[in-house]
Structure formats: C-alpha cells, structure tokens
Design a protein around this ligand. Structure first.
Ligand SMILES: O=C(O)CCC(=O)C(=O)O
Length: 265
C-alpha cells in the first residue's frame, strides 16, 4: 500500500475531479503546497495572537492540552479566502451540493496531548446508513504535521464502512508539510493525534455540511453582523446568510442577506 506522503497531490495536480476521486476511494485527499510559506507564517502569527485568549479544552474530545478557536470568523480574517477557494467550493458542490460552514475551528494541539478518540464528524446527525455524504472537512496545516506532533489520524476507507467499527481500527497519520490542506469526508473515522514533541501543532479545520442541515456552530450569533457585512458574499452565505431553496433559512419570508444591511449589529 502506498504511504500517505506518496498519495499527496501537488497544487497543480489538484482539481475537483482528482480530489473527489481520492475522497471517494480513500475518504481523504491531501494537497500540498496550497499556501506559500509566507502565507503560513502570516496566518500562524495571527492565530497565535488569538490563541493567547483561548482556554485549554474541557474534556477528552477537545483535549485538555489543546486550545481551540471557536467563533473563528469573528476573531480572524486569515482564512476568508481559503474558505471560499474555488477548489474547495467545487469539491463541496460535487460532494454535498449546496453547503455551509458548520464548525470552523483553529486547533493547537499542545505538547503532551494524548490522541483524540476516533470519530466520524457526521455521527452527530441521527441518521442511519445508508445516508448521503453530509459533511466535508478541510484541515489546513500551519505547522508540518508529523507522526510525533499530532498529525490527524485517519482510517483510510472507513467512509465505506457501515456502523461503528467493532475493534480498534488501524490508523495512519496524515503527515503533510505546513501549507498543505487535507480534504476529508465526514464519514471517515479520524481524530487528532498525540503530541509527543515539545511544540504545539497548529491546524485550522474548516468543516462544512449540507446547506439543509443545522450547522454545529451558530455563526449567526457567533459572528457579529458588523463583521459579516464586510465579508465577500459567498462567505456570508456559508455563514448562514443563504437560503437552501426554496425556503430553508428564510427570515420573515425574506432572504437573510437583507438583514445584514437593514438591521443593527
Ligand atoms: O486536530 C485534528 O487533527 C483533528 C481534530 C478533529 O477531528 C476534531 O476536533 O473533530
């Protein structure tokens, strides 16, 4: 079997067809060199600023030595462009149809953190198999993701399994250089890895779901309207100011975008 490193796509190889093929085959697809090292450095610096105010996790799932930036688009402008990158939007459209942001989170896995329990991100929705794909994630590496520092662990092919695995399945580390992005399906078993190094591992997960589902985080309350007003329209839509036709998401019978300009913050 080829290693994760051998399976990575370069930026120029990555298009919607190739990424979608990998998602269907393996449940994940890594594109390296998506961000330049200058972009990585700028994003990391901005997120470090935000992380100073963020407490450590409260349970095994969040990680007691891990800090998470929730209400992400209220706190940083560093991923506005990536959230609506044409490759990302193309993969979402192909896999989910109309989509929205569900849980955009900066994740800094601290030294000494243990591995997060394996999970499926679509497991939060009470639907039984067979079900359509409901969730697509993009995990952006702002540090090199290594076996040692807590690279996300994935179970290749597990998106095709039905129901919970009966034994502890074999995982592989999604090792990738800083500036890479890993797409993965919400049906894929995965979890943050253990960090046995003395430095934190920083990544940003932009987690999307089908536009007709309730997203994990309530962005309409979490991201102030005065912030959303200045964002590009496709990002506004992904943050809840859109309608899944013909009616889902309307406000008093109107498109929610109208409230961005007419209502106070
Ligand atoms: O940090 C990671 O590598 C993965 C985190 C994750 O899967 C989650 O928090 O749901």
């Amino acid at each position: 079997m080829t290693s994760v490193a051998q399976r990575r796509l370069t930026r120029s190889e990555a298009d919607v067809d190739r990424v979608t093929e990998r998602l269907e085959r393996d449940g994940f697809a890594i594109v390296e060199g998506f961000l330049s090292q200058e972009e990585v450095a700028a994003k990391r610096a901005d997120l470090r600023r935000v992380l100073e105010e963020v407490p450590a996790g409260r349970n095994e799932f969040e990680g007691f030595d891990t800090r998470r930036i929730y209400a992400f688009f209220a706190k940083t402008r560093s991923f506005d462009a990536e959230a609506i990158d044409p490759l990302v939007l193309g993969v979402l459209e192909r896999t989910l149809g109309p989509a929205q942001l569900s849980a955009p989170v900066g994740i800094s896995i601290g030294p000494g953190e243990s591995a997060q329990p394996l999970h499926r991100d679509d497991g939060i929705y009470p639907l039984s198999d067979p079900k359509p794909e409901l969730v697509v994630n993009t995990m952006w590496a702002l540090d090199d993701f290594t076996e040692a520092n807590g690279a996300t662990r994935v179970v290749p092919g597990s998106h095709r399994w039905s129901g919970p695995p009966d034994t502890e399945p074999e995982t592989v580390a999604a090792v990738m250089p800083a500036g890479s992005v890993m797409f993965f399906l919400g049906s894929l078993l995965h979890g943050g890895g253990a960090n046995t190094t003395d430095r934190a591992r920083l990544g940003v997960i932009l987690h999307y779901c089908a536009a007709w589902l309730r997203p994990q985080e309530n962005h309409v309350l979490g991201v102030p309207r005065r912030v959303v007003r200045d964002l590009p329209e496709p990002l506004q839509e992904l943050l809840g100011y859109g309608v899944y036709g013909p009616f889902v998401g309307n406000v008093d019978g109107r498109h929610p975008r109208k409230y961005l300009t007419t209502e106070p913050s």
